[in-house]
Design a protein around this ligand. Structure first.
Ligand code: EPZ
Length: 422
């Protein structure tokens, strides 16, 4: 397994190009199953998770052409061969559940492995399944697989989510585009990635209204066409690098179009920590203060502070002046990075889903282990700010969701080196 060697203590200064959003690209790739025509995607990030979903789509019979340097991906489901999403592929990438809605909507059936949990939690999909039943699908569980049938097609209805679910909203949104009649999704997730999917579906001929509100209305159509769509920038990657600038007392310019509209909760939090923020049309510059200020974080669905920035925010607050309270309200097991931070000298105590972070003057480099995608970058941030060397193990977690990390960090002065598994 690859590792990342980090020499800490260097303030990051420079420009970071922000890649396309992983969590927008994944549902939009699955949307190719809704039509025979080609779906041409721009600004697709090079990530393990993207390649994993591509492998799954190809086992279903989707053909693809990827222009790597151009971050361009064209998908075509004109020759779909089967509707089985096997356990071995789904278990490696939970977002594979996103093929369920499109397959049932367009092909009348699907057999998708239950994803199972992951490091941060049980990750249930019961709301996806109940929503599809509301649209007329009949579902059964056989040998760990969800077997879904809708031989006469789906019928529009009202789907009310008791809790907001990002991929649940996305699955139902895609399914409803081809249902007969009107579907209303109540308490839909507001994440920009959901909106990006809806924008792409409308470009394919879907009739979705209410974008950006918690109530989405979908007028079913008989067929969807192909489309060309550019994936929005990755707000979690942008927030991650902004927090890296803060922890290292540096200043980074995050380059991407209209980034400011995607960071409504991150920017106020950075300002509370003491950041100076300047926004341009194509970039945001985050400059750290000499002394970081403690502040409380509660993770919430969009537009609240993202759970996917919780570990990265904790790394910064472990160096702030004063104590901070961090509450994780989305995932039941998303504090595994704390033990690793403590090994670097952080003063953090856990009380259920609340962590008390007492700022310390500095952290010490140490060998640490990544436990999940976002924790891996939280540990990188701590290592970049620490005195001495940090070796981050299990780097495969990072490669799932961050493109060209060493290249982007090195361009801003960081001393990082990937140590290939022997
Ligand atoms: C999406 O996961 C993201 N993944 C996650 O990012 C992110 O952490 C999460 O949303 C929350 O923002 C993708 O978009 C691919 P949820 P998702 O369904 O859709 C409960 C990353 O690092 N729930 O919004 O799986 C669930 O337990 C990843 O990029 C049910 O109870 O999350 C949780 O408490 C990690 N039943 C809450 O809802 C369901 O059927 C929100 O989960 C579905 C969800």
């Amino acid at each position: 397994m690859d590792r990342l060697r980090i020499q800490g203590g260097v303030p990051l200064k420079g420009v970071v190009p922000i890649s396309g959003a992983k969590n927008a690209a994944l549902p939009i790739m699955a949307a190719c199953l809704l039509t025979d025509a080609p779906l041409r995607l721009e600004n697709v990030p090079h990530l393990t998770d993207i390649r994993a979903l591509l492998r799954l789509l190809e086992t279903l019979g989707v053909t693809s052409t990827m222009d790597g340097p151009a971050h361009r991906l064209t998908l075509s489901a004109h020759a779909l061969q089967q509707v089985l999403a096997p356990y071995d592929l789904v278990r490696k990438m939970r977002a594979s559940i996103l093929v369920l809605g499109p397959l049932v909507a367009r092909h009348g059936k699907a057999k998708v492995s239950l994803p199972g949990g992951c490091a941060i939690g049980v990750r249930p999909v019961d709301l996806h399944l109940r929503g599809l039943e509301m649209l007329g699908a009949s579902l059964s569980l056989e040998d760990g697989y969800i077997c879904a049938e809708a031989p006469k097609g789906l019928v529009g209805g009202t789907v009310t989510f008791p809790v907001t679910t990002v991929t649940g909203t996305e699955n139902l949104l895609m399914a409803a585009t081809l249902a007969r009649g009107t579907t209303t999704i109540v308490n839909a997730a507001l994440e920009p990635e959901v909106r990006d999917l809806a924008t792409c579906l409308n470009a394919m001929g879907a009739r979705i209204t209410g974008l950006g509100t918690p109530t989405l209305t979908i007028e079913g159509v008989s067929a969807l066409s192909g489309a060309k769509h550019t994936i929005i920038p990755d707000r979690i990657e942008a927030g991650t690098y902004a927090l890296a600038a803060m922890a290292t007392r540096g200043a980074l310019t995050l380059k991407a179009h209209a980034l400011g509209t995607l960071l409504p909760s991150e920017l106020p939090m950075l300002i509370q920590m003491g950041a100076q923020i300047t926004q341009e049309e194509e970039s945001i510059t985050v400059s750290a203060p000499e002394t970081l200020s403690a502040c409380d974080i509660t993770t919430e669905p969009f537009p609240g502070y993202p759970t996917d920035l919780q570990a990265q925010g904790m790394a910064v607050l472990s160096l702030a002046q004063g104590s901070s309270i961090i509450r994780e309200t989305i995932w039941e097991n998303r504090f595994m990075h704390i033990a690793e931070f403590v090994r670097m000298g952080a003063d953090i105590s856990v009380h259920g889903l609340t962590a008390v972070v007492r700022g310390v003057p500095c952290l010490q480099g140490a060998p640490v282990m990544a436990t999940d995608l976002r924790a891996s970058f939280g540990l990188i941030i701590a290592g970049l700010a620490a005195q001495g060397e940090t070796m981050l193990h299990r780097l495969y977690h990072l490669d799932r969701g961050y493109e060209a990390t060493e290249k982007k960090l090195s361009a801003c002065g960081a001393c990082v080196e990937r140590v290939r598994a022997s």
